[in-house]
Ligand binder design. Sequence first.
Ligand SMILES: CC(C)=CCC/C(C)=C/CC/C(C)=C/CC/C(C)=C/[C@@H]1[C@@H](COP(=O)(O)OP(=O)(O)O)[C@]1(C)CC/C=C(\C)CC/C=C(\C)CCC=C(C)C
Ligand SMILES: Nc1ncnc2c1ncn2[C@@H]1O[C@H](COP(=O)(O)OP(=O)(O)OP(=O)(O)O)[C@@H](O)[C@H]1O
Ligand SMILES: [Mn+2]
Length: 308
Amino acid sequence: MLQLPKSPPKVTMRLSLEEAYEECRQITAKYSKTFYLGTRLMSEAKRRAIWAIYVWCRRTDELVDGPDAKQTTPETLDLWEARLEAIFAGHPQDELDSTLTDTLQRFPLEIQPFRDMIEGQRMDLYRSRYETFEELKLYCYRVAGTVGLMSEGVMGINRAASTAPWAEGPYHPTQEAIALGIANQLTNILRDVGEDARRGRIYLPLEDLALFDYTERDLLEGVIDERWQALMQFQIQRARKYYLQAEEGISALSPDARLPVWAATILYSNILTEIERNQYDVFNQRAYVPSWRKALCLPVAWLRAQAL
Ligand SMILES: CC(C)=CCC/C(C)=C/CC/C(C)=C/CC/C(C)=C/[C@@H]1[C@@H](COP(=O)(O)OP(=O)(O)O)[C@]1(C)CC/C=C(\C)CC/C=C(\C)CCC=C(C)C
Ligand SMILES: Nc1ncnc2c1ncn2[C@@H]1O[C@H](COP(=O)(O)OP(=O)(O)OP(=O)(O)O)[C@@H](O)[C@H]1O
Ligand SMILES: [Mn+2]
């Protein structure tokens, strides 16, 4: 389903565009129940665009995080970037690429966030520690804030919203879209601390570990004590600060985008609550929002989407 060609294949399309979009839908449903649920609340045109973007992002992430990651070199990412340029130039190299080329004809997306995402994956090739939160924030912008920019381009803005007389035009919630991506990535990092530690990776800023007198060795050994709980609560509070900043911008999105974005935001941020419920044990269990609790989030998302 998500196999990445090892080298640029000759351009052969075994699927129609419709079949390719259906494959994008299946990949999104398979790899992220939360975001897939969000897309089901969107219009047909917007959900197809998000599926196409999700697949490109997932394939990009799998180059460094997937089963074949050991074969990925900086040159692999250079080739992937050239392939991205081809997609934007209207020359997709396979049917999954062609859904993004098709999406670009419907939604005016900039290429830069896609390039920045690849730059974030390059960081994963050579970095396994982050000294400061500023360094981690740059990584989070690149692998997730960029997704916010891509998504905002599809969601569209609320042009009917009153514009201040001194403003040039409708408000674009760019910083809030980036903030939601960063909030989601910080959540993902906290959820996957154990999985990443087992691969020798620590995303939590080392300056934060030192603040709570918790060592790298403690983390790699999965030590859970008051120091760990205080460190995790600090991390969770910071992630929630980014969610709060993001929520300011959701009302600036087009009306039909508010419900799906509120739903995805509430669902993903609830992973933090699940981590708290698990007493911050992210080493032996993977925090996730059970389906019944996901369902309970939907009426809340609907109410938040009504409030301007
Ligand atoms: C509802 C909606 C529009 C969702 C966007 C879905 C989308 C295109 C997601 C792409 C995700 C992806 C595969 C990115 C590659 C790098 C990566 C893995 C990033 C991390 C995602 C985790 O995904 P998942 O949970 O499936 O990963 P694992 O299970 O760990 O394998 C990230 C945490 C990034 C997610 C970032 C976003 C979804 C951006 C959200 C921002 C918006 C929708 C902007 C909304 C606009 C305003 C104004 C707030
Ligand atoms: N990458 C994974 N590794 C281990 N378990 C996973 C993974 N993805 C999902 N699961 C498991 O699948 C079940 C559903 O979790 P969840 O709803 O978070 O799925 P998901 O696809 O990971 O959603 P999202 O990616 O949006 O968080 C849980 O039991 C979760 O532990
Ligand atoms: Mn997932």
